[in-house]
Write a protein that binds this ligand. Structure first.
Ligand SMILES: [Zn+2]
Length: 306
């Protein structure tokens, strides 16, 4: 099991008052710096190439994200999303981690699962635009790479971040080779994710309500999303692993605990084992209470290592 990360991911700075802070990644890496995770094969994330980014993003979006921001300045993209001098490098490493992880699990070697401990997160970034703390859509770049460079025909993306992955949905709206399955709180940012949003039948949106807890979350996956994912028979399982449905998270109101993340992870490993020769790549999305994030992400990694 591989762990991809890069110190440059700490260099993206959203400025004061923004919950998407470098300390999130530090908290995750500190939790994984423990004997229990000694078997993790730790690899420095490479940069994504322009070609890899252009599979899912418009050229002017890519150029906007990569344009240099002078030292000491920031460029505000929306209410929550900012470019700082270190942002382009962080975003390239975050997307590059997911691409490298896909290559590693598909190259037929001993690596079957990988977790990308990176920021900025990705699942709100659309084809044309950054939003919601996200610059490039890391999981979408990875999925497109699996289709284009490895010739896969069925890639599943499971997104259990508490927010809807509107960017991933936007990018794969007309791409039946990708099945996107998302549980999220509704109503909540970014406002999309209604079950009627179906793409070509390859988009599965399953909203939960504020206050819903582990029972409803597990029932929704066990009774609905997982059977549909199994029926799709994915050749690769990608995970948008956001941990902001945790009860302590300040941005949302679901009531999960770290054990629920271990549970859903084990189910997704089982999905990959049954159809995809075990191949699973997970990438960090949200999670804004540092202690809850560290506990949840390490429960996720532990379940991936099992
Ligand atoms: Zn989120």
């Amino acid at each position: 099991m591989r762990l991809y990360t890069h110190p440059a991911c700490l260099g993206h700075d959203n400025g004061p008052g923004n919950p998407e802070v470098a300390a999130r990644l530090t908290a995750v890496l500190r939790a994984l710096d423990h004997d229990r995770y000694a078997a993790l094969d730790r690899v420095e994330a490479p940069r994504a190439s322009r070609e890899q980014l252009l599979r899912v993003h418009a050229a002017d979006h890519v150029e906007r994200m990569l344009a240099a921001v002078p030292e000491g300045e920031t460029r505000r993209l929306d209410e929550d999303t900012v470019l700082s001098p270190g942002s382009a490098e962080a975003a390239l490493r975050a997307a590059g981690a997911a691409v490298a992880a896909v290559d590693a699990v598909l190259d037929g070697g001993h690596v079957r699962r990988a977790f990308c401990a990176v920021r900025p997160p990705g699942h709100h970034a659309t084809r044309e635009s950054a939003m919601g703390f996200c610059l490039f859509n890391n999981v979408a770049v990875a999925a497109a790479h699996a289709l284009a460079a490895h010739g896969l025909k069925r890639v599943a993306i499971a997104d259990f971040d508490v927010h809807h992955g509107n960017g991933t949905q936007d990018i794969f709206w007309r791409e039946p080779r990708v099945l996107f399955a998302s549980s999220h709180e509704m109503p909540l940012y970014p406002g999309t994710g209604h079950p009627d949003e179906r793409g070509e039948g390859n988009i599965l949106n399953r909203p939960l309500s504020a206050g819903d807890g582990p029972y409803l979350f597990r029932e929704l996956w066990e009774g609905d999303l997982l059977p549909r994912l199994h029926a799709f028979r994915p050749q690769l399982v990608l995970v948008s692993a956001g941990f902001d449905a945790h009860q302590r998270d300040p941005l949302a109101n679901l009531c999960l605990g770290s054990e629920d993340y271990a549970w859903i992870t084990a189910k997704l490993v089982e999905l990959a084992n049954r159809h995809a020769d075990g191949r699973l790549v997970s990438t960090l999305e949200g999670g804004y209470d540092l202690a809850a994030l560290a506990a949840s992400a390490s429960a996720h990694v532990e379940a991936l290592m099992d």
